[in-house]
Design a protein around this ligand. Structure first.
Ligand code: SF4
Ligand code: SF4
Ligand code: SF4
Length: 275
């Protein structure tokens, strides 16, 4: 059985996968696997982009996604006369049997099925089954990914990596066959600025503590630009402490529960000189 494995660490957001999917399917009739994809409005493969943090302390996360070819697919249960799972694990919408049934779009909890208005049929990623049946070892999107972020193959060949992989929305219970590695966790970042001197502070120590047990999570130093990034932090609430000899120690609560946090001007004050 086949799987897709997508390593977010290796994805640079080039969109080659998305473009290759268009090139393969727009205006090309691969019946009985799929009818032509329309020129616009369909994203059988889609690269989402999320900008996290505040400018200029940002990170951009990319997520390439398409049909998950679920083992427990709600779409197959909804329309078994029109949607089927192949022996290799790929889920296919029969374009003729599904014709006229727009309700099929509602059956996918991931929103991965599109409606072809001209042909009056639902469509989605086919896993490029027509190519695999023609001797290709991988689909077009995988073939186009030059960083190796997107891979495809036999499940057993990826066994070690799949042990640490995640799937999208596991709570849906759909048993996806698309696995994600290295999904980014949260970060906190800041530029530490000496307000009185109007310059950045180099070599200040920033420490993140867990709020519940006060355990130290990570400690870093500001670089030559006065910046620090503490990355790969589990979602949660923390206390950030920034300190340097000659300055008043600053601390603040940081909520990383639902999003990353960055502070482009973290104010730092020199200790008052006592005469
Ligand atoms: S991702 Fe959606 S369309 Fe694809 S198999 Fe799962 S339920 Fe069906
Ligand atoms: S497997 Fe084929 S149809 Fe599916 S997203 Fe990749 S290129 Fe598109
Ligand atoms: S082709 Fe590869 S690197 Fe480029 S966006 Fe797609 S998955 Fe990411």
């Amino acid at each position: 059985m086949k799987v897709f494995v997508y390593d977010l660490d290796k994805c640079n957001g080039c969109h080659n996968c998305q473009i290759a999917c268009k090139d393969e399917h727009v205006d090309n009739d691969w019946s009985p696997i799929a009818k032509p994809q329309p020129d616009t409005g369909h994203f059988w493969c889609k690269v989402d982009e999320e900008v996290c943090g505040k400018t200029p302390l940002v990170r951009v996360n990319y997520l390439s996604h398409h049909c998950n070819h679920c083992d427990n697919a709600p779409c197959v249960k909804f329309a078994p006369e029109a949607i089927y799972k192949r022996d290799d694990g790929l889920v296919i919408i029969d374009p003729e049997a599904a014709k006229g049934n727009k309700d099929i779009l509602k059956a996918c909890p991931y929103g991965e099925i599109y409606w072809n208005e001209e042909l009056q049929t639902p469509q989605k990623c086919t896993g490029c089954a027509h190519l695999l049946d023609d001797g290709w070892s991988v689909p077009r999107c995988v073939d186009a990914c030059c960083t190796g972020a997107l891979r495809f193959g036999e499940e057993e060949d990826f066994a070690d990596e799949l042990a640490n992989a995640e799937v999208l929305r596991p709570e849906c219970g759909t048993a996806p066959r698309v696995y994600y590695l290295n999904k980014p966790k949260r970060f906190v970042a800041a530029t530490v600025v000496d307000i009185d001197a109007d310059e950045v502070v180099i070599g200040a120590k920033a420490t993140l503590f867990a709020v519940d047990d006060e355990a130290e999570v990570a400690a870093v130093q500001t670089d030559e630009l006065g910046d620090f990034f503490i990355e790969n932090v589990e979602p949660g609430t923390y206390r950030l402490v920034v300190e340097k000899e000659g300055y008043l120690t600053q601390s603040l609560d940081v909520d990383l529960t639902v999003k990353d946090q960055s502070f482009p001007e973290f104010q730092f004050f020199a200790e008052p000189v006592i005469a």
